[in-house]
Each structure stands twice: as C-alpha cells, then as structure tokens.
Design a protein around this ligand. Sequence first.
Ligand SMILES: [Zn+2]
Length: 371
Amino acid sequence: MNSSPEKTSPKGSNFLRPVMLLLLWIIIPGVVAEAQYFGRNKPSYRKFEFDVVQTPNFELYHYMKNDSLLKSISCWSENWYSMHQTIFRDTFLTRNPLIFYTTHADFQQTNTISSLIGTGTGGVTESLKNRVIMPVASSLAQTDHTLGHELVHAFQYNLFLNPDTMRKLSINNVPLWMIEGMAEYLSIGSVDPNTSIWMRDAILSNDFPTLKQLSTDSRYFPYRWGQSFWAMAGKTWGDTIIMPLLKKTAELGVNEAVKKVLGYEESTISALWRLASEEHYKKYLEGKSDSPVGRMVVSKANAGETNISPSISSDGKYLAFFSEKDLFTLDLFLADARTGKIIKKLSSVVRDNEIDDFNFIESAGTWSPDD
Ligand SMILES: [Zn+2]
C-alpha cells in the first residue's frame, strides 16, 4: 500500500505505537522456533549480571569473562558500523545497545523480548529500542556474521522508524526477502557457497522464482533468495542502487519501485535475474545431473516435511533422526534403517519436561556403544 504523506497520520504518532517489530537471523528454514513452543513458558534458569562497555557507536552489554573475545566483538561492531554506514548513509544519534549472551541457551532465556526463541534463531533486533540481542555463536566467524546481519537490521529500523522518514516510508511495504536478503548480502557479500547450493539446485530443478513469487510463496526461503537478488543488483547497478531501491519499495512496493529505480517491469527484472544466474551457474552444472547416489529412506511420505540429523546404529539396523512429523515440536524418532519405517518416537520436547530444545544445528545424536 502506498503511504503517501497526505494519507498518513500526524508526524510521530505511528512511532509511538506499542508494537515491537522483530527481525531474526534464522539459521535454517522450515523449523521456525515460535511454533515449537506452543503452550510452553519461557525458561529462566539464572540471573545475568551485565557489565557495559562503550565503543564510539555502541553500548555493549555482556557478562563474558573473555577479554579478547570482548575486544573482538567491540572491533567487529565498529567495523560493521562503518561498512553499513557507507551503504545506508546514515548515523546513529546515540550509542546503539548490543546485548550479548555467552551461550545460545542463555540467549533463549533473555527477558529483553517476550517472544520465545528457538534453536534456529541466531540473533534478534528489536525495533522499540533498536537493540541487537544475540549469543556468541559456535565459531568466531559465525558470531561476526550474525552481528553484521543484525546491525543491518539496526540501520533498517533507524531508517524506517525515524520520525522524519516514516511519514513517507513504511517497512510494511518491503517484503521479507528484501529485508533479510539485504542483511545477508551486506554481511556475507555476493560469493557464498551456501546460497550457491540453493541457486544451482533451483536452476537444475527449473524452480527459479520471480520477485512476485518470492513475496507471496513461503516455499522460497527469503534469506538465500534475497541475498542472491541483491548480489545481482549490486553487480549490475552497483551497491549505490541499494538505498534508492529500498526506499522506493518502502514508499510504493516492489513492483513500482523496480519500475522507477531500475527502469524495468517486475517480470523483466525477474527474467534478467534468472538469466544472469543461469549464465553464472551453467559452467558448474555442465555434465552434471540431478541423480544422487543411493535411495531415499526417510521422506515426507513416511516421516515429516523436515527430517534431519540422521544417525545410524553401529550394527546398521536402525536410524535415529529428528523430525517435525508430529507438528508442534521437533522430536527424535527411531526407524528401520533399511525401509525408513518409523518404529517409535524416542524423545520429545513436549513429553520430556527437562528438555527445552534439541540442538540439531550444531550437534548430532550418537549411539551408545552397547546399542
Ligand atoms: Zn535478519
């Protein structure tokens, strides 16, 4: 919807609406945290004694004992700030809060936001105080990336929730793939093996979406596709196109924005993006076919939509894996390794109260040696 100045409410009134927007960095698609916690309370096991460190543009809240890590995070924050600043051409008027938890389990207990946080959430940026809340990840590189990603959101909120611009711009006009894709593109860049896997697979499967499909069809994971789109736009028109396109989209929506800023209809831009991707990946696909070795044992036909972290028993007879087969949670199932037929559910977050979540992303199950 067009939010032209004459149609919006008086300056500043929207800014005070008691609605908190959240932008998350989600590590994997499909298993989104909130749904898994249906009917459960947020656990809180300990009280955190936070210290504050100030850098030129940030206030870093932490309770970490590791000075060198703290120093690294302070440096990364300022580096990201200056990198993002060149794109957004914007400054934070006050020091932006960064709240760091030492582990993901601690992060899940945060009381800075009320919503529940699942294993797949790598970080959160909330709109009211523009706070970035995140854990130290399992590697320094991942922590740095999540920080860079969330700080893009901090700049986005700084733009969209600024009383001077929000009369004209609305974040509601910007599709998620544009928001998250930008955060990925500006924190990873255009060369990314992970995104390349998705793109090659889409080309091979003849399932490359248009911009319209990206905005309306949830099958297309906004992070990877959005990053690919911005990488193409950056390569074609230069990164100086990012802000005009983002702002025009916030004003008029994607279709009108691409027409006005890039000079083509949405369908033409979609076709150009697809052709550029096909051209780029063609050389990697030559002589290859989509015929994986082996056979599918577990699929949505006999398990859930998401079936992950398989672990085979030492005698090769059984297979344990996580699946969201029973809708609300990710449970641990035991199956026949030959047929994939599920024998029983071994464990469930809902049934076993001492378990908050299965960390299927950074760890995998294993079998007892005597099994
Ligand atoms: Zn994000």
